[in-house]
Design a protein around this ligand. Structure first.
Ligand SMILES: Cc1ncc(COP(=O)(O)O)c(C=O)c1O
Length: 374
């Protein structure tokens, strides 16, 4: 059943993709999100369905053994070294809010050095009493970065990222690096990530007084935004205790926990993701370059979305409206990001992508062929 209704408390909560699909009577695919175009891993979905049978019991308060399963996924044989710095949350959104509230001294916060970034850091910081300063203001108590950056597609490799933090953050400050999109980098994603930099994170804390937290939303790579699943790595076990002390108990439910334990075992799913995403992204960029040569397609080739600058607010607004009318909603850069000439579209397989491209061709190029979506 499709319910024609308002999908968010506009003006109160942060604008997000992933909301308007409910309003599309002829819904085909949600291009407004950054989720994995393959959909959730089948075995994880089956585990989640089976877990519904146990909803008459509480989930484990310490999230075990699921937390350990994620630790093994992140660190393999070194899992025991870092497990006490890891915690799960009801989506990364819960943990962003928790880290900001429990670990940083209220004052100035700043975003990373990109033109825009995922906006929940702004909401959480400002709700906790922080005020925003420029990205290059090193006096801030809190730096929240997203790498790879949603939506702009900027990416700093791990040595560059570490140097940026070392050179720009004062003692006593807190840094959150959101690496939710990092697993798309490829088979070496852990090595090019702060996940593999446990000793550096601890040294930054002890020697420099800079507390680096690594945030992951798992709802993107495993396409499970509905179950809510995220994690955070704290610089030390002591910081993790501060976080846990403020966390609402059982915030991750039994369905999400079962999903997680099955998903981390599915290496084949990740291998296919890396292959498919790069191919599908290449295809959509090629199509866009062919039919809309003045639109600029931005972002690393491994990413699950394309950040497009149409160069004109009216063009972007029309692209957004046409996409929605054709059941293929996209994310406009205007709400939240305040970048009205931009749109963000998800990477999907060739056939699904054609629905969106056809709709835009018909609307902008006067293509006589009716879109397949109508
Ligand atoms: C970079 C980034 N971090 C965190 C989140 C929050 O994800 P969730 O609360 O679904 O885990 C998102 C969602 O879009 C995101 O793009």
């Amino acid at each position: 059943m499709v319910v024609e209704t308002q999908v968010a408390d506009d003006g109160v909560t942060t604008p997000h993709g992933g909301q308007e699909w409910r309003q599309c009577k002829n819904f085909i695919e949600d291009f407004s999100v950054t989720t994995n175009g393959m959909g959730p891993p089948e075995k994880a979905l089956a585990a989640a369905k089976a877990a519904v049978e146990s909803i008459d019991h509480y989930p484990p308060a310490n999230f075990e053994p699921h937390l350990s399963h994620l630790a093994e996924f992140l660190w393999g044989e070194e899992a025991d070294l870092y497990k006490n710095c890891l915690q799960l949350g009801n989506g990364a959104s819960e943990l962003i809010d928790l880290v900001v509230r429990s670990c940083a001294v209220v004052g100035a916060w700043r975003p990373g050095p990109t033109m825009a970034q995922y906006e929940e850091y702004k909401r959480s910081s400002e709700a906790a009493g922080f005020y925003r300063v420029a990205a290059n203001d090193n006096s801030a108590n809190l730096l929240c970065m997203v790498n790879p950056t949603n939506p702009t597609g900027d990416y700093m490799k791990v040595e560059e990222l570490k140097a940026y933090i070392e050179n720009n953050c004062k003692a006593g400050s807190v840094v959150i690096v959101d690496e939710s999109m990092q697993p798309w980098v490829g088979p070496h994603w852990r090595e090019d990530s702060l996940v593999s930099q446990g000793k550096w994170r601890q040294a930054m804390s002890i020697e420099k007084g800079v507390e680096v937290f690594v945030m992951h939303s798992w709802t993107k790579i495993w396409a499970c935004t509905g179950v809510r699943l995220g994690s955070v790595i704290a610089p030390t076990a002591g910081h993790m205790e501060m976080i846990k002390a403020k966390q609402v108990p059982w915030s991750v439910n039994c369905v999400a926990l079962a999903f997680l334990s099955a998903a981390v075992k599915d290496q084949e799913y990740l291998e296919t993701t890396w292959r498919n995403t790069a191919l599908w992204r290449k295809n959509v960029v090629k199509e866009l370059n062919k039919y809309f040569p003045s639109w600029q397609c931005i972002g690393e080739p491994f990413l699950s979305w394309v950040w497009i600058d149409t160069g004109d607010e009216l063009v972007a607004a029309k692209a957004v409206e046409v996409a929605k009318q054709h059941g293929t909603p996209v994310r406009w850069g205007k709400p939240g990001y305040k970048l009205p000439t931009y749109v963000r579209i998800a990477v999907r397989d060739e056939e699904t992508t054609e629905y969106l491209i056809d709709a835009w061709k018909e609307a902008f190029l006067g293509d006589e062929r009716r879109s397949r979506a109508v």
